[in-house]
Structure formats: C-alpha cells, structure tokens
Design a binder for this molecule. Structure first.
Ligand SMILES: [Zn+2]
Length: 488
C-alpha cells in the first residue's frame, strides 16, 4: 500500500493589514520531505500518525512537504503557486499511489484563489485518478467548499475548540483512509449548510454536549465520522459559515438525515455560544479585585491566531493608566523592539517605543522607560504535543507590569510562554494573553479565574458589519432567518 502525505496550512484573514509570503511559512514551520519532526504541528498530525502505521509495515509512506504559517493576511499569488506546485510535483513523482493524506487548515485564501485547499485537492485528484483514496483533515475555522467534498473520500475536522484533539483528528483521517484503501469501508460524505457564523467554544455548553454527542456517534459506529466546520469570520469566502459534515459507511440517506438533524440543532444555539465578553476596563477591574491570582484575561480579538498582528496596546494602555502591579502580558509582537532590547542587554534601562505599529485600530505605540528583564533567542511555547516558535523574545518591565515582546507572531497557547522566559506566573496577579480560546486548554490548569475581554481592533468580529464581497448565501446573523424551513 503506497500512501503519500503532505501538509500546507495557514488561516487567511482577508481583512488583516498583514500579507503572507513564503518567509512566513519558513518562519513558522517548513519541513521538506523526510524532515518533519517527531512531534506534530496543529495541521500536520497526519505525518506522525502515518509513520506509526508505516513502522509496522502496514504501508509504504512517501512524505511530501509539511508547512504552516501563523495566520495572517492574504497569501500572495507566487507563494501559493510555489507551495501548490511543490506538492503536486511530489505527488506526480510518487505515483502510483493507493492513498493521499493531506493535513490542511482549510481557510487559506490567496490573491486570485478563494479556495486554495479545494484547488489543491482537485489538482491532486486530477493527477492520481478516481481510484486513489484521498483523505483530508481540516481545522474547524475553515470554509468547506463543494470542490473539497467532491474530490476527497475522507474528511475529518478537529472537534474541540481549543483544538486539543488535533492529534486524534489526524489519526482518524489516517485510519479511515487506510480502511477505505483496504476495502473495509466505503465512506460517503454528507454536508449540511448550517448558514450561521458564531464563536463556538467547546470548553462550555451548549457546544460541550454537542461535541460529546458527535464523539458518541463515532464510538457506537453509527457514523464513521461527524464534525462541525465552525467557519472563519475573518475570511471573505463564498463558503463562509458553519457546516456539518457526516461520513457513513456507504449510506448516503442516513448521512444526509444525521447531518440535517445535527445542523438544525447547531443552528438553534446561535447567539448563545460565546462566553461573556467584558470591556478592557471591566476585565482589568474584575481581575484586580480577585482574591487569588493569577487571573487570566484574554484579549480575544487581537489574536495573532486569527490573522491580525497581535501588537494592539489597548489593554496595556488601560493597565498602565490604572497603575496595575503584578501583571504580565504575553505577547506583543514587535521584532524591532526585540532587536533594540537584545542590543541594550539584560538589565539595561532605556526609553523604548513598542507595539501598536501595524494598524490604526490597534492602539498607539507605547513610549516608556523600560528595564530589559530577559532576552532569549529562539524562544518557544508548547501547544499540546507541538512546539510553537516565538522567535527572539524579550521581557521588559514598566512599573509593575512585565511584557513579553516576540518577533515571531504567535497567539498565547500555554503558560510556558511566560515561564520559559523566567516569569514566575504563580507570583502574578494578572496574566493578559492574546488568544480567542486556544489559551483555555493549558491556562485553565493554572488560572484562578478566566476573563474574556473584547477590545475593538482590526479583527472583523461582527459579521453584520463586515463587508464580505464573496458571500452570496444567506447566513445568520447577517440574515435573521436563512432557513426558510425554520419558523421563529
Ligand atoms: Zn481553528
């Protein structure tokens, strides 16, 4: 059994002031064939899963490129063409193939291509022919097009947000693909367009119970796979919005029925899934009044994981104005400031301008006399089993506030983003992190309380106000009742 795998992944915020090119992939993660590390990245978990199966001689594995760029702005045309053709050439030289397994994100948009993953899967199908089994794994914050569904045999999606189950989703994709190649199953796919767009954290109800239900259906064998595409509101895609995806063993009617039932159940959750979001002033006040620390305050919209720069200073300005003490911020992206701090050296006290540089909506740069507490080359943080590079970093202190400045954009995943830089979080009252919900998995173990703060910035967080050009379908909340069958 000859199986090829590759992974090209990023999440494109088409409204971001940033742009994405090949150097962004190199900076985040780029592994040529054979050089994928032992640990998975978020979207490349199919690599270690396939290696495990190859080690027991179940298959012959031909590895292609695996790469990931931190979510950012529109991908330029040349970068997309380069990555796509790199993988297509690898597929061509690997022929004949029984299977192709792709670790994708699913929200990549390039100049001139609104559906990069659909484009890729279609091109691979054209090379391998109709008999080769194609499996693809996606992040739920993606756009599911018909092109992807028509050209793939197996689709799996991370069920959890935070994506604590990315390894399981990769393994499930591999398992279903191999079973299909062997002829043990004949998967059919049904997609139900839920026509809604909301933030759907699974760390709380009603999504918690919904995901448990999906897992139960897989465990009992009722379906081969059932998952939810949440959609990604910062991507201007014709396929924007939530979709249910169900795979059954050669029973299209059953798959359609289940997908439809689950779809209407999910639609009934609209407007009730988001955690309570406080203003920056309220969030810091509440955190300051807590008896025990550390209280984690999430800057939910200035999330580099959603494709914005992550250099907003709006909460920091508020913390400075309130003269807060015992606060650590992780992180503010500012490679230039990091360079100055490294040049100044640990212990240096100097005037530094940092943050607030990429968007008029992300606050002003901070001008302050700072102490350089710590400099570190190639700092990292962890995200489950995966290691996330933060580039050269510096910790600076201004009054009672410490700020981690990073040079590789990255959202906050884990408390080790602080501890790896020598910050003792048990002694901090407040930790401010930039992340919508991925921080929740690892930070909930150390936080005395978690507070979500909504700060208006460059991220398009209200679909009713965002000017989508490619969206032609009616979706909630832009349209109040997009399903004519549903009676309010
Ligand atoms: Zn995601």
């Amino acid at each position: 059994m000859r199986v090829f795998c590759a992974s090209i992944a990023t999440e494109t915020n088409t409204f971001s002031p940033l742009r994405t090119d090949f150097s962004d992939f190199e900076q985040s993660f780029y592994a040529p064939p054979g050089e994928h590390p032992v640990t998975p990245t978020l979207c490349s978990a199919v690599f270690p899963a396939l290696r495990k199966r190859a080690q027991v001689n179940e298959l012959e594995l031909i590895e292609g490129t695996a790469t990931w760029a931190e979510p950012g702005g529109l991908l330029n045309r040349e970068t997309w063409a380069r990555l796509k053709h790199e993988v297509l050439d690898q597929v061509t030289s690997a022929l004949p193939l029984d299977g192709v397994v792709l670790g994708l994100h699913g929200a990549m948009i390039a100049e001139g291509c609104v559906d990069c993953e659909g484009d890729l899967i279609e091109a691979i199908r054209a090379i391998v022919g109709p008999k080769t089994v194609i499996g693809a794994s996606f992040d739920p914050h993606s756009h599911l097009s018909q092109k992807r569904v028509s050209n793939a045999d197996v689709i799996t999606v991370f069920k959890e947000f935070p994506h604590t189950d990315f390894v399981e989703a990769g393994e499930a994709c591999v398992d279903l693909t191999l079973r299909t190649i062997k002829g043990d199953i004949r998967p059919v796919i049904s997609v139900f367009d839920v026509r809604m767009l909301d933030v759907l954290p699974t760390s709380q109800e009603p999504m918690r119970g919904f995901v448990d239900q999906l897992k139960q259906m897989e465990t009992t064998g009722e379906v081969l796979s059932a998952s939810v595409i949440h959609g990604f509101m910062a991507g201007d895609s014709p396929d924007l919005g939530a979709k249910i995806i169900v795979l059954t063993d050669n029973d299209q009617t059953k798959a359609d029925d289940i997908a439809r039932k689950l779809g209407y159940e999910l639609f009934s959750f609209r407007g009730q899934t988001k955690p309570d979001y406080l203003s920056p002033v309220e969030a810091l006040k509440k955190a300051q009044n807590a008896v025990h620390g550390p209280v984690v305050v999430a800057d939910v919209w200035d999330n580099p994981g959603g494709g914005v720069a992550g250099d907003s200073t709006l909460i920091l300005e508020e913390a400075i104005a309130q003269k807060l003490k015992s606060v650590a911020f992780g992180t503010i992206w500012d490679p230039m400031a990091v360079r100055l701090c490294h040049a100044a050296g640990e212990g240096a006290v100097f005037d530094l301008r940092f943050g607030g540089k990429t968007s008029a909506l992300a606050g002003n740069p901070i001008d302050a006399t700072v102490t350089v507490v710590r400099n570190k080359r190639n700092a990292v943080q962890s995200f489950g089993a995966s290691v996330v590079p933060m580039g050269d970093c510096s910790v600076i202190r201004l009054g009672g506030i410490e700020v981690v400045l990073n040079s590789n954009r990255s959202q906050a995943f884990s408390p080790d983003l602080f501890t790896n830089l020598g910050i003792d979080i048990s002694k901090k009252k407040i930790l401010v992190v930039k992340s919508t919900n991925h921080f929740h998995g690892a930070f909930s173990d150390v936080a005395s309380e978690i507070i979500y703060a909504a700060v208006e910035g460059p991220y398009p967080n209200d679909p009713t106000k965002t000017r989508y050009k490619n969206l032609a379908r009616p979706i909630w909340p832009i349209v109040k009742n997009p399903h004519k069958e549903v009676v309010e």
